[in-house]
Design a protein around this ligand. Structure first.
Ligand code: S3P
Length: 427
C-alpha cells in the first residue's frame, strides 16, 4: 500500500444517497463457509477490503477454485479443498481470518500454520487457543501470539463458557464443533454478533441459539448461493457524519440491520438523532434496510454492558459523535477495544485531543465532555488502524481548520471506497 497523507476540510453539509459496501464479517464467513461445503457456491457482493481478500487467498490456498464473475461476485468451487496434508496461511491484518480459521483447521486431519502482519502477530490468541485445547486440539504458539501451528484432528465436543462476549471466539468454537461428533455448546456473557449462527443455519447446519447460548452438532453444509448486505460498521461513519454536519440529509442503502450489530442506531436515537429505518427486508437470513439520517442537535448518553458487543467497532466514531452532543458521554466495559488493530482507547484519546475533543481515557473506555467546537489545524496519526483513520476523517468534517491524517491508506483494510463516497456527499 502506498502512503497517503490526507487533508480533510470542513464540510458545509452532506446530502445524497449512497449504497453501503459489503459487510466485512459476512464476506469472511461467506468465503469460509463456501469452502466447507465441498461444492459450488456463488457469493454476491463480496467485500474487496484487504481483510476479506486475505480470507479469499486462504481458501484458495486450501484448494478452492475462486473465480470473479464480475467485480464483487464470486464463484467458489470447494470440491478440491483440504486435499493436502499441510498448509501455510497468511491472514494479513485480519483477526477474524485467524480466529475463525483456527476452529476450522483444528478439527481436520491436516497441519497448518496461520500467520499475519506485525499488528496481528501482537494480538491475543489465547481466547481461541484455550477452548480449542479443551476440545483436544494441538496448537503451537509463542506466548499465545501468532504464528499458530495447528496439528488438526478429531476433537471432543465441549460446553464452553466464554469469559468475553466475542463473536470471533464463539465462531471459532462453533466451527470446530461443526466438524466434531456430539454437541458443542458456547455461552457468552452477552450476545455478540450472530452472523456465524445465521449463515450456518442457512446452509443447513444443525445449530440452535437462544439468547446467549448456542449449540451445534456435526453437520454437512449444503452448497448454496450467498448474498452479502452492506456493512453497518461502514455505514456508522456516514451516520455520525450526517448527524453532526449541519443541514445534512443522507440515505444509506442496503445496510445490514442485524440486532446484534445495531447498537449504534439505538445509541444515536437515544441521543436525539433523526434516523428513519426504511424498507426492512431479509436477505440470506440477515435483516437489511435503508437508513435515512438528518442533522439534529444531540445529547450525551451512557454506553456499557450488553450494548458494548453490539457496537464494539463503532466506538471510535461514537467518541466523535459524543464530542458534538451536549453533556458528558460515558463509555464503560469496553476494555477489549485495547486489543483491536490498535489500542483503540489510548490512540483515539490522544488523537481526538489534538483536534480539540475534550476526552478522558479510562481503563475500560472513555469519557467525552461535549459539546466542543473542534479547532483542527493539526496532524493526526491513525496507528495503522482503519477505523481510527475513518473516525478522524469524520471529526475533520466539523473542524474549523483542516486536519492532516497520516497514512490514511489503512482505510483499505475494510473500506477502500470510503473517501470517494464521503466526498460525493459534500455540498
Ligand atoms: C468480528 C467480531 C468482532 C469485531 C471484528 C469482527 C467478527 O471482534 O470487532 O471487527 O467478524 O466476528 P470480537 O469478536 O473479537 O469482539
Amino acid at each position: 500500500m502506498s502512503v497517503q497523507n490526507l487533508e480533510v476540510i470542513k464540510a458545509n453539509s452532506l446530502k445524497g444517497e449512497i449504497t453501503i459496501p459489503p459487510d466485512k464479517s459476512l464476506s469472511h464467513r461467506a468465503a469460509m463457509f463456501s469452502c466447507l461445503t465441498g461444492g459450488i457456491c456463488c457469493v454476491e457482493n463480496f467485500s474487496l477490503g484487504a481483510d476479506c481478500i486475505s480470507t479469499l487467498n486462504i481458501i484458495k490456498a486450501l484448494g478452492c477454485d475462486v473465480e470473479f464473475l464480475s467485480e464483487r461476485n464470486l464463484r467458489i468451487d470447494s470440491s478440491n479443498a483440504f486435499k493436502k496434508d499441510r498448509f501455510n496461511l497468511d491472514c494479513g491484518n485480519s483477526g477474524t481470518s485467524m480466529r475463525l480459521f483456527s476452529g476450522i483447521l483444528a478439527s481436520r486431519e491436516i497441519e497448518s500454520t496461520l500467520y499475519g502482519d506485525e499488528s496481528l502477530s501482537k494480538r491475543p490468541m489465547k481466547r481461541v487457543i484455550l477452548p480449542l485445547e479443551l476440545m483436544g486440539a494441538k496448537i503451537k504458539h509463542s506466548n499465545f501470539r501468532a504464528p499458530l501451528i495447528i496439528k488438526g484432528g478429531e476433537l471432543f465436543p465441549i460446553d464452553y463458557k466464554s469469559p468475553i462476549a466475542s463473536a470471533q471466539v464463539k465462531s471459532c468454537v462453533l466451527l470446530a464443533g461443526l466438524n466434531t461428533y456430539g454437541e458443542t455448546k458456547v455461552t457468552e456473557p452477552y450476545v455478540s454478533r450472530d452472523h456465524t449462527e445465521r449463515m450456518l443455519k442457512y446452509l443447513g447446519a444443525d445449530i440452535v441459539s437462544e439468547s446467549n447460548v448456542v449449540k451445534i452438532k456435526k453437520s454437512k453444509l449444503e452448497p448454496k448461493n450467498l448474498k452479502v448486505c452492506g456493512d453497518i460498521s461502514s455505514a456508522a461513519f456516514f451516520l455520525v457524519a450526517a448527524a453532526i454536519v449541519p443541514d445534512s440529509d443522507v440515505i444509506l442503502k442496503d445496510v445490514g440491520v442485524n440486532p446484534t450489530r445495531t447498537g449504534i442506531i439505538d445509541v444515536m436515537i437515544n441521543m436525539g438523532a433523526d434516523i428513519e429505518i426504511l424498507d426492512e427486508r431479509v436477505i440470506c437470513n440477515e435483516p437489511v434496510a435503508d437508513i435515512r439520517i438528518k442533522y439534529s442537535s444531540l445529547k450525551a448518553t451512557k454506553i456499557d454492558g450488553a450494548l458494548i458487543p453490539r457496537l464494539i467497532d463503532e466506538l471510535p466514531v461514537i467518541a466523535v459523535l459524543a464530542s458534538q452532543a451536549d453533556g458528558t458521554t460515558i463509555v464503560k466495559d469496553a476494555e477489549d477495544l485495547r486489543n483491536k488493530e490498535s489500542d483503540r482507547i489510548k490512540c483515539l484519546v490522544s488523537e481526538l485531543r489534538k483536534i480539540g475533543v475534550n476526552i478522558e481515557e479510562a481503563q475500560d473506555g472513555f469519557v467525552v465532555y461535549g459539546k466542543s467546537k473542534l479547532s483542527g489545524g493539526c496532524t493526526v496519526e491513525c496507528y495503522r488502524d482503519h477505523r481510527l483513520a475513518m473516525s478522524l476523517y469524520v471529526a475533520g468534517l466539523v473542524c474549523n481548520k483542516s486536519v492532516l491524517i497520516n497514512e490514511f491508506q489503512w482505510v483499505n483494510i475494510s473500506f477502500p471506497e470510503f473517501q470517494s463516497m464521503m466526498e460525493s456527499l459534500r455540498c
